[in-house]
Write a protein that binds this ligand. Structure first.
Ligand SMILES: [Cu+2]
Length: 295
């Protein structure tokens, strides 16, 4: 036991450090990715909150089971009681769970409502279409919609795209054309699919919504921290299901405006310019996170 506790003590700063890298899964990660939106903060709070019920209930049941097994085994209790009814116990085990469920249901419904209702009218609309096996994005703001597809970044394309840093552009998660959105902006995401069911999921934003052919689902996010965020298709959609990552880059308003204007003319050039400008101030971006000191 002592050894185990010592192990936990050694590991915990490591785990805290790992979580500071935000936005992408880490090897041996426990728990969720750090939150980049208020909704994800709430989801994380709710997860902790429910643990305060789950852990005591599990312990109580374990103790009761152990007590019954030991105290009332045939050897220690040769003549079993014939009692089959106890009003007080029956009231307790009916009312107790009802109260627990109420305590869980109220914040749960509040969270569900918040997930469906952005605080303000979304400032921009993005359509994401799942395709076997890539994503098609359409920016529906502005006079001319901007459309492009997003494939997993292949190793041979890294140099060309200026994405050789494997920490920032991890294998199997990095994409050739990522979604670029301004920070602190409410973005409506319309999600559909062209062939089979996919799902659009971004863990750090707390969003996950099915992409169903012939239907249009809606979700939204408001990213509060600049950075590069990774998600994946979350519906088993076929042989390349594991190879359709989602990349969302959250940048400042000015950077977004510059990118958007350039992307309309030439997406590749716009992306390259953005990657280069961000690489030059990578340190600032890393410092921007609330957990930066933990690194
Ligand atoms: Cu898929």
């Amino acid at each position: 036991m002592k050894k185990f506790l010592a192990g936990v003590a050694v590991l915990s700063p490591l785990l805290a450090g790992a979580s500071a890298f935000a936005a992408q899964p880490e090897p041996w990660q426990l728990g969720l990715q750090p939150a980049a939106t208020a909704i994800m903060e709430e989801i994380r709070w709710f997860e902790q909150y429910t643990l305060w019920f789950i852990v005591p209930i599990t312990l109580l049941v374990m103790i009761l089971l152990a007590w019954c097994i030991i105290r009332y085994r045939a050897g220690a209790n040769p003549t079993p009681s014939r009692t089959s009814h106890n009003t007080l116990i029956e009231v307790i085990w009916t009312v107790g769970p009802v109260i627990v469920l109420l305590f869980i249901a109220v914040p749960s419904f509040q969270l569900l409502t918040a997930q469906y209702n952005p605080e303000e009218e979304p400032a921009m609309t993005l359509k994401a279409t799942g395709v076997q096996w890539s994503w098609e994005y359409e920016y529906q703001d502005g006079e001319e919609p901007l459309t492009f597809s997003s494939f997993m970044l292949r190793d041979e394309d890294r140099a060309d795209a200026g994405k050789e840093d494997r920490a920032a552009y991890p294998r199997l998660l990095a994409v050739d054309n990522e979604i670029v959105v301004p920070v602190d902006t409410t973005v409506r995401v319309l999600v559909t699919a062209s062939d089979v069911i996919h799902a659009f999921a971004m863990p750090a934003f707390g969003i996950k919504v099915d992409a169903v052919p012939g239907r249009l689902n809606e979700t939204w996010f408001k990213a509060e921290r600049e950075g590069m965020y990774y998600g994946q298709c979350s519906e088993l959609c076929g042989k390349d299901h594991a190879f359709m990552p989602i990349g969302i880059r959250v940048v400042s308003r000015e950077q977004y405006d510059a990118w958007r204007a350039a992307a309309q003319a030439n997406l590749d050039e716009a992306n390259k310019a953005l990657v280069a400008s961000l690489a030059s101030r990578a340190v600032d971006v890393a410092d921007a996170g609330p957990n930066a000191s933990a690194q």
